[in-house]
Design a binder for this molecule. Structure first.
Ligand code: OSB
Ligand code: MG
Length: 368
């Protein structure tokens, strides 16, 4: 395979409702899409970098710059046998995994399309359907929160995650547990607490949550290990895990019992699969996180989630939870059982709608 050219686009998509986490509120998503021309095959990737460096240090601007000035020159005109080689080619650049992922995952789509295989199959996936949950942002009122949960349960979703932050943690969880004693419930703090808050976090043990996601520092595995020893609730790491070595550190220090894998945060499918396999060998279940992706990133998440050890419902949900209109055809839909069927077409298995993409493109750069 030889990459002839790549096109970077920044698209703007307005969320149906604002999404609030402990680090801020997102209303308008600015999304970097990457289209690669690989021997005449059009292949697609998405960077999950945010508008601001609040979830991690990357942003749309940094991803664009790193792709244009550093990553593209590393792959331009290179003959590669398989997309598995790309991760090592990009190794001279330290970090910037969301920039790397946009390119790396597009090459996996290209290889799958060239081989006329679903991407899930090329990755070694075994699931025909993936279990789905929802991630619900911090809500202004308890009634509003209950309404959002009811809506998600009525749509069939198998697991509810709510965002928490200091001052909006124990009470929303208590409210939900009183109203919904049986549901699979979890919380995500996005690094809003410190080890000194251990007793507050310990109070969450009363609510038999399936996990608490990333309570402490975004880069602090050590403190999570200290905290996990004090909690019954399993800790799941998100922000801390950038590669398989971080996963090893998290597991072997006892900092987590579950890992959330995000393609952007770990730099693409090759790294995601390494982490998946390592976790499987350590009997640590994984699930696929979400970053409010457009249909392109969502399609990649679905393919990745078909791997065996993605045994817990992820944050990959239907297009209609986010957008008036997605940029792929068909849109991602969830069955009444709360699953997404892994598509059987070649590559990502959903077709990018060029007309729609063009209509929301704010900036474009062709590199060739
Ligand atoms: O921590 O999982 C997170 C969205 C943006 C940044 C970080 C996170 C999230 C989500 C949303 O939880 C998941 C989704 O795409 O629905
Ligand atoms: Mg998270």
């Amino acid at each position: 395979m030889r990459i002839r050219k790549i096109t970077l686009r920044e698209i703007h998509l307005k969320l149906l409702s604002p999404f609030q986490t402990s680090f801020g509120t997102s209303e308008l998503r600015r999304i970097l899409l990457l289209e690669a021309d690989v021997d005449g095959v059009a292949a697609w990737g998405e960077s999950t970098a945010g508008e601001n460096p609040y979830y991690c240090y990357e942003t749309v601007e940094t991803a664009w710059l790193i792709l244009r000035d550093y990553l593209w020159p590393l792959v331009k005109d290179r003959e590669i046998a398989s997309a598995v080689e790309v991760w090592d080619l990009l190794a001279p650049v330290r970090g910037h995994n969301m920039a790397k992922a946009a390119l790396e995952i597009a090459l996996w789509d290209a290889e799958a399309k060239q081989k006329n295989l679903p991407l899930a199959t090329l990755l070694g996936g075994t699931r025909a359907e993936i279990p789905c949950g929802v991630s619900i942002g911090i809500q202004p009122t308890p009634a509003g929160l209950i309404g959002k949960v009811e809506e998600a349960l009525a749509a069939g979703y198998q697991r509810i995650k709510i965002k928490i932050k200091p001052g909006q943690d124990i009470e929303p969880v208590r409210t939900l547990r009183q109203r919904f004693p049986q549901i699979r419930l979890m919380v995500d703090a996005n690094s809003a607490y410190r080890l000194e808050d251990a007793s507050l976090l310990k109070a969450l043990d009363d609510f038999y949550l399936i996990m608490i996601e990333q309570p402490l520092g975004w880069d602090d595995i050590y403190s999570h290990a200290k905290l996990q020893r004090q909690l019954q609730t399993p800790i799941c790491l998100d922000e801390c895990i950038h590669d398989v070595e971080n996963a090893r550190a998290g597991i072997e220090t006892g900092a987590c019992k579950i890992i959330n894998i995000k393609l952007g945060r770990v730099g693409g499918h090759t790294s995601a699969r390494q982490i998946h396999d390592f976790c499987q060998g350590s009997s640590i279940p994984v699930w696929c996180g979400g970053m409010l992706e457009s249909g392109i990133g969502r399609a990649h998440n679905i393919a990745m989630s078909s791997l065996t050890n993605f045994s817990l419902p992820g944050d990959v949900s239907a297009s209609r939870r986010y957008w008036v209109e997605d940029i792929i055809e068909p849109e991602v839909e969830v069955t009444p059982q709360g699953t997404i069927r892994v598509p059987s077409g070649p590559g990502i298995g959903y077709v990018p709608r060029i007309d729609r993409i063009e209509s929301v493109t704010k900036r474009r750069e062709v590199l060739g």
